[in-house]
Design a protein around this ligand. Structure first.
Ligand SMILES: Cc1ncc(COP(=O)(O)O)c(C=O)c1O
Length: 425
């Protein structure tokens, strides 16, 4: 039997004294921290939906980075799903490069494809019949695969790639990064007037401004790529199943699993699907099966959560995410409406076939305009320790900035506090 040493009287009294001194020191720092906290924090009155902020002193100096659209906002939902969204992969599984040699997209996992089709049916946001599914390492890889597949390979000049401004800031750099001889960024679709073939990117709802979009160039030789990363019920009313030639989706913004790096394309034309597959083959020899299987489980959990409704142990993902975005937009509007410094885009409510009611859009980004004398809104907000992305990266004026609405609760609340503090000076 193991002997438990009995402390001597001396060591016992030493440790008691030690403990007393330590606990006194701890309490004093705690009291000091609390005092400092009350001196520096703006006073926040909170009720269930609104936060009224009365700034009594300068905001804290922590930098709030809302430049990227990192979708941390959904973590809370996925934490509570447990086994429903967890996978275990034994060491021997998914060792082959191949998934299904008979499929055009030979590295597409059947389980993932099934869940993509099911989710589109459940949500009603895209037609999948008569479409080839091409999986990609994020929709970013599929975007490049689409440019490759749609570019004529015998043209004397690179095909023009256009998108109406404000456009997703990565499109120009992704298009021109490798100085391809096949395609070239040609800027704003509204002012595009070149004859001949072109590729138009249609992002709907749009990143950065959240508006629903249609193609803008009205010419005959255009290929359209519809980037529907945000065509999900938490961001915009679902009006009808999208029925385009080439449509891109991603788990990054639908379920919030950006780190999984999984996107998918719905492609009507077999030859285009083959060329996109070839691009991915040359680029990364397929797409991680581990990620596809994980994505399948996550998509299944979303579809199941819709079909099981809001039962005690299953909350609908889209109800959760819609409520969360609605609450954030409501709080933001309150703060912006009270300010004379900023303005937001105006959206029209529309009928949502998914929720069966008329709803307002609540985009993943705020497209904020600095009113009045502020010319460079990004610098202005940086001066208040809020990092945003300037309108110039989206092809428009620096009076605009894009701000992520998808960050953690803590960062979002800090952001609102900062914005309130600016206007009250
Ligand atoms: C419109 C749009 N398309 C594509 C992407 C990239 O998605 P993924 O993470 O799947 O590469 C983003 C990411 O912000 C986006 O906003």
């Amino acid at each position: 039997m193991a002997m438990v040493p009995i402390p001597s009287l001396f060591s016992l009294s030493f440790s008691l004294r030690h403990f007393f001194v330590l606990s006194l020191a701890f309490n004093v720092t705690l009291i000091l921290r609390l005092m400092l906290f009350h001196q520096t924090q703006p006073f926040a009155v909170t009720n269930s939906n609104t936060r009224l902020l009365i700034s009594s002193s300068p905001p804290s100096n922590r930098v709030i980075n809302l430049d990227h659209g990192d979708p941390r906002v959904y973590e809370r939902f996925w934490r509570q799903t447990g086994d429903k969204s967890t996978i275990v992969i034994p060491g021997w599984q998914f060792m082959s490069y191949f998934s299904d040699g008979s499929n055009i997209c030979w590295f597409l996992e059947a389980e993932f494809a099934r869940e993509v089709v099911r989710l589109h049916k459940v949500v009603g946001n895209a037609v999948t019949e008569g479409r080839h599914i091409v999986v990609g390492t994020g929709s970013s890889q599929l975007f490049l695969a689409a440019l490759y597949a749609l570019s004529p390979n015998d043209a004397p000049q690179p095909i023009s790639v256009v998108c109406a401004s404000p456009y997703y800031s990565s499109y120009p750099s992704m298009t021109d990064h490798l100085k391809s001889g096949l395609y070239k960024w040609a800027g704003d679709a509204e002012s595009f007037d070149k004859e001949g073939p072109y590729i138009e990117l249609v992002t709907s709802p749009n990143n950065p401004d959240g508006h629903v979009r249609r193609s803008k160039v009205n010419k005959s030789q255009g290929f359209l790529v519809h980037d529907l990363a945000y065509y999900w019920p938490q961001y915009t009313p679902i009006s009808a199943p999208a029925d385009h030639d080439l449509t891109l989706f991603t788990v990054s913004k639908s379920t919030g699993h950006a780190g999984m790096r999984i996107g998918w394309a719905l492609v009507k034309d077999e030859e285009v699907a083959k060329k996109m597959t070839k691009f991915i083959e040359l680029n990364t020899i397929g797409v991680s099966k581990d990620s596809q299987v994980r994505a399948a489980k996550v998509l299944r959990a979303v579809s199941d959560s819709r079909e099981q409704g809001n039962s005690k142990d299953s909350e609908s993902f889209f109800k959760f995410s819609h409520k969360l975005m609605a609450s954030r937009w409501k709080q933001l509007r309150l703060v912006v409406d009270r300010s004379g410094l900023f303005s937001l885009p105006k959206f029209s409510p529309a009928f949502c076939t998914f929720f069966n009611q008329v709803l307002e859009p609540q985009p993943a980004f705020v497209w904020l305009k600095c009113e009045g004398n502020v010319v460079d809104c990004e610098s202005f907000l940086r001066g208040h320790n809020i990092l945003t992305r300037s309108g110039i990266h989206f092809g428009v004026s620096p009076k605009y900035v894009r701000i992520s609405m998808l960050d953690t609760d803590d960062n979002f609340n800090q952001f609102l506090d900062r914005l309130s503090a600016i206007q009250s000076r």
